[in-house]
Design a protein around this ligand. Structure first.
Ligand code: AR6
Length: 163
């Protein structure tokens, strides 16, 4: 089941939540900052051990103090006008996150709108890419949540899912 939820992803109690991280995996602003604050200091130690992640890929850690069991740190691309493979890289980070989720027996998972905040990826284009990957994995999960922090994102996802 694929659904849209309008909330802070760090409060969700699922098998896994996805973080919109950067290549260092050492935290930052936006949803990354919120997840690190809610998960507690041990998360930073776990991320340091991993040693980074290339754009378009994902890595997994425990959820520590979060209600969710796992955090999948996906690194989306920075928007540079669209001519630098941004769409493929965004698709690839959703695919990598889903593959890691399946390797770890995750059945319920939520994604933020990766790359559409600080990284500037156009929201509607990003949502179309996200939903198309989610559709291909839908039958392998019990619950896939598009977690929208803003009203605008929520409306975009609802329109795409209804189309
Ligand atoms: N829960 C759910 N979604 C959220 C939350 C939250 N608590 N907070 C923000 N969002 P962004 P990016 C939404 O900027 O564009 C960080 O510094 C936000 O409204 O968090 O991939 C990283 O370390 C937007 O829709 O991530 C990287 O350096 C979406 O999450 C960089 O930002 C993504 O916005 C990554 O930029």
């Amino acid at each position: 089941m694929l659904s849209v939820v309008h909330t802070d992803i760090s409060i969700l109690a699922l098998d896994a939540i996805v973080n919109a991280a950067n290549e260092s995996l050492l935290g930052g602003g936006g949803v990354d900052g919120a997840i690190h604050r809610a998960a507690g200091g041990e998360l930073l130690g776990a991320c340091k051990k991993i040693g980074g992640c290339p754009t378009g890929k994902a890595r997994i850690t425990a959820g520590f103090d979060l209600p969710s069991k796992w955090i999948i740190h996906a690194v989306g691309p920075r928007w540079r006008g669209g001519g630098y493979g941004e769409a493929n890289l965004l698709e690839s980070c959703y695919v990598s996150a889903f593959e890691l989720a399946m390797e770890n027996q995750v059945r319920t998972i939520a994604f933020p709108c990766i790359s559409t905040g600080i990284y500037g990826f156009p929201k509607r284009e990003a949502a179309k890419i996200a939903v198309s990957v989610m559709r291909t994995y839908e039958c392998r999960f019990d619950k896939i949540i598009c977690c929208c922090f803003g009203e605008e994102e929520k409306n975009i996802y609802e329109q795409i899912l209804e189309a």
